[in-house]
Design a protein around this ligand. Structure first.
Ligand SMILES: Cc1cc2nc3c(=O)[nH]c(=O)nc-3n(C[C@H](O)[C@H](O)[C@H](O)COP(=O)(O)OP(=O)(O)OC[C@H]3O[C@@H](n4cnc5c(N)ncnc54)[C@H](O)[C@@H]3O)c2cc1C
Length: 238
């Protein structure tokens, strides 16, 4: 981050740490309001990210990054030949389990419902994958370990030995700011962007996890941000 700030300084781009509370359209520009300040801008790129939903159980926070993960594509390679759990029953949970199964010894999907809610093709792949086993109608109530995760406790009281817990119970895009100025979002509340990172409102762009792009990685978010910057430049020129 320091190097990033240094780079911005060298280009005379101000770095301001503040929270934007609302965006208002005014003639040919936008006014961004924080608690104490106002900023005038001809274009805005909304990159407010998203919040991963948590289980809110003992051990989850304590072992975050030490066996508890919210991103299989990011942390999966650390679990080669290990036994892991994916918590959740959505299509994302199924895809995370399928991804992990390429590398780990065994994946248990722990789901509170009676049937996972994945796309038919992913459901079929999960059912046919010998490394994946589904534990239905079960919740995890505690994650235990020492320096890293060692086991979980199920709501039936059973202790289950495990090396890693991947929590995939959804995420909430921080798109309220955008929605309040009528930026269009999809059914997941993600901001709809096109290949130029444009939203439905001329002059407002979006990038990163808050946008509806299919992959949520640092590099894909940065790419959308770069595209937004080029598009914003074109917009201002016009
Ligand atoms: C556990 C984990 C591990 C990961 N590991 C990797 C990895 O190894 N490689 C990889 O490529 N990706 C990884 N990712 C994904 C990556 O972190 C995200 O895709 C990326 O951070 C998204 O960037 P973003 O800028 O869209 O959102 P964020 O990084 O969430 O940043 C959004 C920022 O906007 C700020 N903000 C929100 N609302 C406002 C407001 N109203 N006013 C001002 N500021 C606001 C927030 O405070 C935050 O600083 C990982 C994700 C997780 C959860």
């Amino acid at each position: 981050m320091d190097m990033f700030k240094e780079h911005m300084n060298s280009l005379s781009i101000p770095y301001i740490s503040d929270e934007i509370r609302s965006i208002e359209k005014a003639d040919d520009h936008f006014v961004l309001h924080s608690f104490f300040q106002k900023f005038k801008a001809y274009t805005v790129c909304i990159a407010t990210g998203s919040e991963r939903k948590k289980l809110g159980i003992p051990g989850e926070e304590e072992f975050a990054g030490r066996g508890v993960s919210y991103c299989a594509t990011c942390d999966g390679p650390f679990y080669k030949d290990k036994v892991v759990i994916v918590v959740g029953g959505s299509d994302s949970a199924a895809k995370e389990a399928l991804f992990l199964s390429q590398n780990v010894k065994k994946v248990y999907i722990v789901y509170r419902g009676e049937e996972i809610r994945a796309e038919p093709i992913n459901k079929k792949r999960v059912y046919e994958n010998e490394k994946i086993e589904i534990i239905y109608k079960t919740n995890i109530v505690e994650i235990k370990g020492d320096t890293s995760v060692k086991s979980v406790i199920f709501d039936n009281g059973k202790e289950f030995d495990i090396d890693g817990v991947f929590i995939e119970v959804g995420s909430i895009p921080n798109s309220d700011l955008a929605k309040r100025i009528s930026v269009k979002t999809d059914e997941k509340d993600e901001i709809i962007i096109n290949r130029k990172s444009e939203t439905n409102i001329p002059g407002i762009f979006a990038a990163g996890d808050v946008a509806d792009a299919p992959f949520k990685q640092a590099i894909t978010g940065v790419a959308e941000g770069v595209i937004a910057a080029f598009s914003a430049f074109d917009y201002v020129k016009e």
